[in-house]
Design a protein around this ligand. Sequence first.
Ligand SMILES: NC(=O)C1=CN([C@@H]2O[C@H](COP(=O)(O)OP(=O)(O)OC[C@H]3O[C@@H](n4cnc5c(N)ncnc54)[C@H](OP(=O)(O)O)[C@@H]3O)[C@@H](O)[C@H]2O)C=CC1
Ligand SMILES: CC(=O)C(=O)O
Ligand SMILES: [Mg+2]
Length: 583
Amino acid sequence: MYKKQAPELNFTSGRRYVTSSTTGMMRLNSKHYNKALAFTIKERQLLGIHGLLPPVVRTVEEQVRIYYAQLVSLGQDLAKYLFLLNLSECNEVLFYKLLDAYTEKCLPYVYTPTVGLACQRYSYIQEFPRGLYITFKDKGHVCNVLQNWPESDIRVIVVTDGGRILGLGDLGANGMGISVGKITLYTAFGKVRPHQCLPICLDVGCNTDSVREEPYYMGLKRKRPPVDEYDEFIDEFMQAVVKRFGQNCLIQFEDFANNDAFRFLEKYRYQYCMFNDDIQGTAAVGMAGIISALKCIGTDLKSQRILFQGAGEAAIGLAQLLIIAFEKAGVKKDEALNCIFMRDSKGLIVKERLADTLSDNKLIFAKEMPFIFKLEDCIREIKPTILVGASAQAGSFTKEVLRLMTSFNDVPIIFALSNPTAKSECTAFEAYTNTKGKCLFASGSPFPPVEFEGHTRYTSQANNAYIFPGIGLGATACCIRYIPSEIFLIAARTLADFCTPEDYAQGRLYPPLTKLSCCAFEIAISVITYAHINNLSTVLPRPTNVRTFLKHQIYDAKYEPVVPPWLNPNLNQNEKIRDNCID
Ligand SMILES: NC(=O)C1=CN([C@@H]2O[C@H](COP(=O)(O)OP(=O)(O)OC[C@H]3O[C@@H](n4cnc5c(N)ncnc54)[C@H](OP(=O)(O)O)[C@@H]3O)[C@@H](O)[C@H]2O)C=CC1
Ligand SMILES: CC(=O)C(=O)O
Ligand SMILES: [Mg+2]
């Protein structure tokens, strides 16, 4: 007999298991419980689904291999994205097992660069409830919308308002794709349990006319509200999250437009358990790359001059973290500031430009020197040792730029952080060929290895995906009160420590993507340890062994056996009798 109520969720030591009151059809149709061909014959009989599946019983490993073969047989990137999205909707365990087994192959389809394309088409993609849309029309009732989310034990929220999706600009409600992508990584690598993660899109309108006026656009067909009204809405959202999910629920701000991103970070950073991934997560991954590069060359931070192409969230975030790192290395703030140069869309940031009304974030980096517009001229004048691109201006690291960097550096350090691939300041091939293979290069989106003069150079992906899953896991595990900037420096060092001499020899500045989960785990350990030392953890009593404590909290993607009701110790006697009759 087919019972109509939703499957029961039970927790033993934090683990979700299947109760007998979940009928066979419901299990087949539920992404949490579906095992598809991995249901044993006994389980199929017990659940009343025997005959609904072909007789073969597969192991999860076989399923993973088969799904991977299907994935690679698909032609287009977007088809691969949809295939994986569909799998995540049908069979969660298999989806995460596949990601685990083929991380490097799958990541470009669930994340950058394909997630950018998916966001651009999201109005055609969104079918299942895969996250929560809270619109500006819900102002005054945000808490009610949050109540509609069927899970109550939410530990991590990734929220975007679609204001600046990767380097693709304002995509409005289509930005949901980025929250979904980041949340996927939280479970895949941070091992935060899937039902504890919630992607949110705050749809307050869209200022890109072509997106908003598109006939099938799924969001509100209005422009973004004035700042004061928007701020009231975000205040209400933050308070509603705490009311619904508690003050330890981590809120990751993702891909907000520049001014909003900085304003909300300043406003909430010590008030809520939150961080901004584009400012702080990117800072940490950039910092880790710089630490690695300096180790490779055998030099130190004090002797570097860093030039940023772009002075937005990513660039300013990294520049601010660099100041902290310089200070820790014994360099005074004023001297540290002299080592960091920024160039935005109007040229080099110099004091002369004060009439431009430079934002406070830019102002502190403004130099007492003549204004220079062209990037090439900035490089000639400044002679940077490190060049960081975070401008979403594809091709701005021209042949000339790269050759100039090589003309006065034995080993130029070049980071092209912009996403997706089509926005990268240069490709890996361009970086290596135009620096005679001398540069240390990392990019925000993946590039294939480059053959240069008989050597294979593996490009590292300098992406905040190395950082945020670990920060989130650590912060939620110890119920941190707030997340100070120093944590991002610690995360950067932890990540850099993962690199081996073999990685460096291959030109990698980060560990291979296959180590993303290990990196997240170790970053989480550093976060928890820091939180304990600095009295920011609210988990009491303090765990005596942080590793064991954390291991018990993480998600293990595996099929749970179906327990017959009469053997299920977690059901009371009446439930056992009732379930026994019904099943
Ligand atoms: N690898 C990673 O992990 C991450 C990568 N990114 C990527 O970095 C890029 C920028 O993101 P974000 O910093 O958040 O965006 P912002 O909009 O905050 O900043 C963009 C910056 O680029 C500057 N800019 C635009 N055109 C030029 C130009 N021609 N020359 C020099 N500077 C220019 C802008 O100048 P102005 O201030 O004058 O407008 C602005 O300072 C995106 O592509 C994003 O995907 C972001 C986060 C993480
Ligand atoms: C990676 C990322 O967060 C971005 O490009 O915005
Ligand atoms: Mg981002």
